[in-house]
Design a protein around this ligand. Structure first.
Ligand code: ATP
Ligand code: MG
Length: 891
């Protein structure tokens, strides 16, 4: 049964049983600061389970795209772990519970293929339940009829679920399928989880938990009033069972990629005859890694992530590099993605047509990343060659951990390639040393991240503030000031009752006109007054979704919990920020007009009067395009378009062609901002009323900020005008100085610079002649020091180092060959003194060395040879001392 068919049957089974089919959320998890990618079907329903929002349905089903990076090391070595996979799920929000969930799962798993089921043999299904969950065990045994011999009890670590924070938790029950003795040992899932493969996990959200110290240590506060269900069935796992293949890399959606990679590298797959993944030949594992990772890269880029050095971009980069690296280890040297990625596309397009529709954009990022990595590998390989040669020459047999780490850290050269290449050369690598350095680096990175997070030490205080009154209402779309109530005060140690003059606190009101920083827009600033106090608001954040926290300084009096408060924002700042935000939408739309649909937003900043806009595009943006973009934006301003905002369904917004960043969830209500008929975008920010209020938009610069991501900066309104006015003044002043009209200033500057360069060259020539002309006189000035003729003098200020070297050699050449001579000349430049010494053959015969003299005079610094040496770097006023020192150290 093909994967797409399994998916269809799953959704239809649950739809028939009263579930609403909900599309997958995009892979990037945007609502949870602790999660980079969605890793389970329930993630998009979290606000429903936490009771923060009321679900519009009581039963839902979905096939969710998931990424699990922690499983990366398992890929190919087990039969069942992918970095990307799809999780079929069914969900009950306070509707059916254990009995319903178990019955629905059983019916679909064992229902006949003709009747729309999966037709699994009931005798081969094993189940687990939580230690004391007799209720679940009774259902399995008494109602479903699974013999007790195939039911096992498991502890908290495996079979008790919680989100890691206060909220719902409860026991799980998992379904396993026995794939037969050729896959491993008898005895059920407790003995062998690759033979008895988990394919479905049912989570029963039964209890309410309190805060805890770690994943397994927290108090259970009691039963939940409304109990819920969350299940996850690995689509790839059930597919590998139903397709009768050994592992998830051999199902219809993955195998063709593997096959192509094998064909390219001339490998036969599989090379091992065992069905057990852990006994596979390394080449088999590599081919599976390639197939899995390429599919992951395709899906991740398709959902808007591009390779980079941080966060999601880094995860993507790491996955791609592992795949490319595996191709190298199989002997493929050149670019592989142009061959492999189209195969991945064809595998996934039946279920995800967007990967084909958007293939040009996806592949351009992927191919470019491979090019970059291949050139990294070439550079690393050269450095590694040198290190290998050095190690061998010094008689060593082990490449140091330091070197391996440096290659990895500085050049991105993977350790397994280092191992491979070193082994080819008959060398070992100090792997322990390498891992120690890696561990240290990880520790440093973790400490860094911890330090950055301390601002969130108040998480529980925030949650309490949210729980005590629900989401804070933002009223700032419609008003700039309002009366409200102090709901919470939060200090560095947690919740407060009162704060006094001079204190800095976070203030939570029931409703506020203050915009919290978000969507690239900077926060409002302003004032809050209470009975006896005044608070200056210097920042506004949303530390947890739904909670608006004003960071405030109490400038006079005090503020108490429950007091009424009057909040007013700084209006002129708000207006300037809103102008920037509307301008950003225009820049975004206009870039797309000129560069195509794929020029999507990657980030933005809207500050008073200025904006920064980052967007995806593979190449540079030429100055002429920028000029046209700017022109078009300013024409839109003149059209005086009305700017409007309205709330609608996600589906409707998409239908109307609103530009949406990945990340909005299906089913949600969204806010659409329109600038006339010109730009339409999902956005929660504040805007002007009409486009003409922007006045003027001036683009300042355009630059690359990473592979495939460009940044433009622009000024808006008076700030744009002031900038242009200043530039105009500058040009007028230059025109005046050069006595030419403004439009000829550039030519004039160019000509002047050329003249200056010629004059400098001429000057240099003359100075050299002058210096050399003095050589004769200097020879005459030689003094006899212990039988050696010494010329010690300072060159005229401004003599270049090259000129000094020519001078000393010229003077030395004028002495008779049999007369021992030493020439020492100092010079000053840029506040520093330097020294050059030349020694002739007769003096060298007496044991004099130019290098020793320079080092003697400069306490060891400097270098050169016995006949010519130089050094410097000491303060300019020490030049005379250097000459005295040379004389002193002369033998
Ligand atoms: P395992 O112990 O096998 O890693 P898990 O306990 O991590 O599985 P859950 O978190 O319960 O799995 O996820 C629900 C279902 O999703 C699993 O029953 C399995 O079918 C599937 N699944 C989990 N991780 C992966 C993965 N990395 N690749 C493919 N499918 C997966
Ligand atoms: Mg797992």
């Amino acid at each position: 049964m093909r994967t797409a068919e399994i998916k269809r049957r799953f959704l239809s089974h649950f739809e028939t049983n009263g579930h609403t089919v909900v599309p997958s959320a995009p892979l990037p998890a945007i609502d949870d600061p602790n999660l980079l990618f969605v890793n389970a079907g329930m993630v998009q329903f979290v606000p429903f389970f936490l009771g923060q929002r009321t679900p519009p349905y009581r039963r839902a089903t979905s096939v969710q795209k998931c990424i699990r990076t922690p499983d990366i090391e398992e890929v190919g070595k087990t039969s069942r772990h992918g970095t990307f996979f799809q999780m079929n799920g069914n969900f009950s929000f306070g509707d059916y519970f254990k009995e319903g969930a178990i019955r629905l799962a059983w019916d679909l798993s064992t229902g006949s293929v003709d009747a729309g089921g999966f037709g699994l043999d009931p005798e081969r299904i094993w189940v687990t339940a939580y230690l004391d969950d007799d209720e679940a065990i009774d259902i399995w045994h008494k109602q479903i009829g699974v013999p007790m011999a195939r039911i096992s009890r498991r502890g908290k670590k495996d079979n008790f679920w919680s989100m890691g924070i206060p909220g719902p938790c409860g026991p799980c029950s998992e379904l396993f399928y026995d794939r037969g003795p050729e896959h491993g040992r008898d005895g059920g899932p407790d003995v062998d989880e690759d033979r008895y493969m988990e394919f479905w996990n049912l989570v029963f959200m039964q209890f309410d938990r309190g805060p805890g110290t770690d994943k397994e240590n927290y108090p259970i506060l009691g039963e939940l009033p409304a109990k819920s269900i969350d299940t996850g069935m690995g689509l790839e796992r059930i597919a590998s069972i139903l397709q009768g293949v050994d592992n998830m890399y051999e199902i219809d959606e993955v195998r063709p990629i593997l096959a192509r990679a094998a064909e390219m590298t001339g490998k036969t797959y599989p090379r091992s005859h065992s069905h057990v993944a852990s006994q596979s030949h390394p080449d088999d594992v590599r081919l599976r890694v390639i197939a899995d990772h390429l599919r992951t890269a395709l899906m991740v880029i398709s959902d808007g992530v591009t390779p980079g050095n941080e966060g999601r971009g880094y995860v993507l980069r790491r996955i791609m590099r592992r795949a490319i690296n595996a191709m190298r280890l199989l002997g493929w040297q050149g670019p592989a993605l142009p061959e492999l990625l189209p195969v991945a596309r064809d595998c996934m397009a039946p279920s995800y047509p967007e990967v084909a529709a958007d293939y040009e954009r996806i592949s351009s990022y992927a191919y470019q990343e491979e090019e970059t990595f291949l050139s990294t590998l070439r550079a690393g390989a050269t450095i590694l060659d040198v290190a290998v040669t050095e190690t061998k020459q010094s008689g060593g047999a082990t490449l140091s951990g330091d070197k391996a780490f440096q290659l990895h850290d500085t050049y991105g050269f993977p350790i397994d390639l280092t191992l491979e290449i070193a082994a080819d050369q008959g060398l070992q690598v100090d792997e322990d040393g390498f891992r120690r350095l890696m561990a240290e680096q990880r520790k440093r990175a973790k400490a860094d991240a911890q330090a950055r997070k301390t601002g969130h030490a108040n998480l529980s205080a925030y949650r309490a503030a949210l729980d005590s009154g629900g989401p804070v209402t933002f009223t700032g779309y419609a008003e700039v000031a309002r009366e409200s109530t102090v709901r919470a005060l939060i200090g560095p140690e947690g919740a407060l009752q009162v704060a006094g003059e001079g204190d800095e606190v976070e203030l939570v009101l029931d409703a506020t006109p203050f915009y919290a920083e978000g969507g690239g827009q900077q926060s409002d600033l302003g004032l809050v007054t209470v009975g006896s106090g005044r608070l200056e608001i210097f920042d506004v954040q949303q530390p947890v979704p739904g909670l608006i926290a004003h960071r405030a300084r109490v400038v006079s009096g005090e503020v108490r919990l429950g007091e009424s408060a009057f909040a007013e924002i700084d209006i002129s700042r708000r207006r300037a920020v809103s102008r920037a935000h509307t301008a950003t939408h225009l820049v975004h739309q206009t870039m797309r007009n000129f560069l195509g649909e794929s020029a999507t937003q990657a980030g933005s900043l809207n500050a008073p009067g200025r904006l920064r806009f980052d967007f995806h595009t593979p190449g540079t943006v030429s100055p002429s395009v920028l000029y046209d973009v700017e022109q078009q934006i300013n024409e839109v301003l003149l059209r005086d378009l009305e700017v409007t905002a309205y709330i609608t369904s996600q589906e409707e917004a998409r239908k109307r062609g609103a530009m949406a960043l990945f990340g909005e969830k299906y089913g949600d209500e969204v806010r659409v901002v329109e600038v006339g008929d010109y730009a339409r975008e999902l956005c929660g920010g504040t805007h002007v009323e009409r486009s003409s209020q922007l006045g003027l938009v001036k683009i300042l610069s355009e630059a690359s900020i990473g592979s495939g991501v460009r940044r433009v900066e622009a000024l808006v309104g008076l700030d744009a005008f002031s900038f242009l006015a200043r530039e105009h003044l500058l040009v007028s002043r230059l025109a005046e100085l050069y006595r030419v009209p403004g439009d000829q200033v550039a030519d004039r500057v160019e000509a002047t610079v050329a003249q200056l360069r010629d004059a400098e060259k001429e000057l240099e020539k003359l100075r050299a002649q002058l210096v050399l002309a003095s050589a004769g006189a200097l020879v005459d000035s030689a003094r006899d020091v212990r039988g050696i003729a010494l010329v010690a003098t300072e060159a005229p200020e401004g003599t270049s180092a090259g000129e000094v070297r020519t001078l000393v050699q010229d003077i030395r050449g004028r002495f008779a060959a049999d007369r021992p001579a030493v020439v020492a000349v100092t010079s000053r430049a840029g506040g520093k003194a330097s020294l050059v010494v030349a020694v002739n053959a007769a003096a060298r015969g007496r044991g004099v060395s130019a290098k020793d003299l320079v080092k003697g005079a400069l306490s060891g610094r400097g270098g050169g040879s016995d006949d010519l040496a130089q050094g410097g770097g000491v303060p300019a006023d020490q030049a005379p001392t250097l000459l005295v020192e040379v004389e002193k150290v002369l033998p």
